[in-house]
Ligand binder design. Structure first.
Ligand code: SF4
Length: 472
């Protein structure tokens, strides 16, 4: 589940209704691609779409300014949206048109009350405007996309990474979770649609694609792995096929693909060789939640009968570089000290690279609330703290092994072209949830760093959960 994903520690909060965005897409296929990119980002961040202007919290109109009729249609649509909703963001070709006076804007001249106006290909600016007017309420329990570390909760996803949501809902019924009752059973998006979206994202400059869903390993189960079509060829709606195609697309664009929310099912074994080949990043976000079989059964976790430690060992034999991130719950109802100790042993033996932990917190409506053996808050909190101590020791020991290595780093920030250094990430770190590499100012004067580009970096030291590197 997604709860299993975001924070490194803490307790889960109650869910609120997702904000709704109305969307009108006018114009040519290029404008449609822009619309798809914006809708992808909205969906990935947890916004819902509204079929009516009145039922939305905000409306986005993607306009066309090609011929007079198109201009009129766009301006009329903006007028309707303003009348019925009042909160409107305008994007697209018409948004780039100048008004009658020098320096003015046509849309703003006609409709001065629009909240923001952008030109075409402006996903990021549109998202920034959405965040400003309808903030995404971050809920660590249900969000698939991690909370931004930005100012006042405004999420500023840089253009060079993007989330690709491949399905909605979940077929599992974990006892601590209410996502299936809120979002329903698994509905996989058609593989052609997912791959088109991925291609559009890569073509728009995305260098890291983060695949998200409630259960990425279950992709296609609901449609019985039906064969779909993409680029004129048959492709099965199945995790392995999806990952292979995404890997090929990423390779063609010199980009990364990172997989989140994968369960340790036997069929995931087939994806590991793709990691060893370098098609997708050797990084797996596996929400284990616990390690003791009895606790996993009480949690009703997917793949709870699997021998997770053996499976991880096998994965690492096939692809030794694999980095595993996971989240856990400490203090689940009935958890004995022995079961908790088993969890700590697992953490050490499995060498989980990045682990987060929630102290168990009952969620309204979750079946686990009825389980006997609820533990006092202090015990849950104390176990979470003990867990994090062990997790940090394991993680730092693994980071130490990187010192001296040369790694590819994707640059996330580089003021003044990196003359004073910058910040980036290796394959081992997902944005917002894992660590970073603090990039030192390059020794070579000719070397510059640019956001969204890769740089070869020699790792020189460990600093807390992060690395320090010298770009070479
Ligand atoms: S039911 Fe289980 S697998 Fe599904 S979203 Fe909830 S925690 Fe995740």
């Amino acid at each position: 589940m997604s709860s299993e994903n975001t924070s490194t520690s803490g307790t889960a909060a109650a869910a609120g209704p997702a904000p709704k965005i109305g969307f009108v897409s006018l114009g040519c296929p290029k404008a449609l691609t822009d619309s798809e990119l914006i809708l992808t980002q909205l969906r990935a961040e947890g916004y819902e779409t509204s079929k009516t202007f009145a039922g939305a919290d905000l409306v986005i109109v993607n306009t066309c300014g090609f011929i007079d009729d198109a201009v009129k249609e766009s301006l009329d649509t903006i007028g309707e949206a303003l009348a019925e909703n009042g909160k409107v963001i305008v994007t697209g070709c018409l948004g780039a048109k100048a008004g009658a006076d020098a320096g003015s804007n046509l849309v703003k001249d006609v409709h001065p009350s629009v909240l923001a106006v952008t030109g075409p290909h402006a996903t990021q600016e549109v998202m920034d405007a959405v965040h400003l007017h309808v903030p995404k309420p971050h809920d660590p329990f249900i969000d698939l996309v991690p909370e931004a570390r930005g100012v006042a909760g405004i999420k500023l996803t840089p253009r060079h990474f993007a989330y690709l949501k491949i399905s909605e809902g979940c077929n599992h019924r974990c006892s601590f979770c209410i996502i299936p009752s809120m979002r329903g059973d698994l509905v996989s998006r058609p593989i052609g649609e997912v791959l088109n979206e991925a291609r559009a994202l890569f073509e728009s400059g995305v260098k890291e694609l983060l695949v998200i869903s409630q259960d990425t390993s279950a992709y296609g189960v609901d449609v019985k792995y039906v064969t779909g079509f993409w680029d004129g060829k048959p492709v099965k709606t199945r995790m392995l096929d999806l990952v292979a195609q995404l890997g090929e697309l990423a390779k063609a664009h010199g980009a990364w693909v990172r997989l989140h929310y994968v369960y340790p099912y036997p069929h995931v074994d087939d994806v590991i060789p793709l990691m060893a080949e370098g098609l997708v990043l050797p990084y797996l976000d596996v929400p284990f939640q616990h390690a003791h079989p009895d606790v996993l059964k009480r949690m009703k976790r997917p793949a709870n009968g699997e021998k997770n430690l053996d499976r991880l060992r096998r994965w690492r034999e096939i692809c030794p570089e694999i980095v595993v991130r996971s989240t856990f719950i400490a203090g689940f109802p009935g958890e004995t000290e022995a079961e908790f100790a088993h969890l700590l042993d697992f953490l050490k033996e499995a060498e989980i690279d990045r682990a987060g932990c929630f102290a168990y917190s009952p969620i309204d409506g979750a079946p686990a609330n009825e389980l006997p053996g609820a533990l006092p808050d202090e015990v849950r909190e104390e176990r979470r703290a003990r867990f994090m101590e062990v997790a940090e020791a394991v993680s730092i020991a693994k980071l130490q092994r990187r010192v001296g290595a040369t790694m590819q780093v994707l640059v996330d920030s580089a003021p003044a072209l990196g003359r004073k250094g910058g910040v980036g990430r290796t394959y081992a770190d997902a944005p917002e949830i894992d660590g970073t590499v603090r990039l030192l100012p390059p020794e070579k004067a000719s070397k510059t760093l640019k956001v969204g580009e890769f740089t070869r970096t020699r790792i020189v030291a460990v600093e807390g959960h992060d690395l320090i590197g010298m770009p070479i």
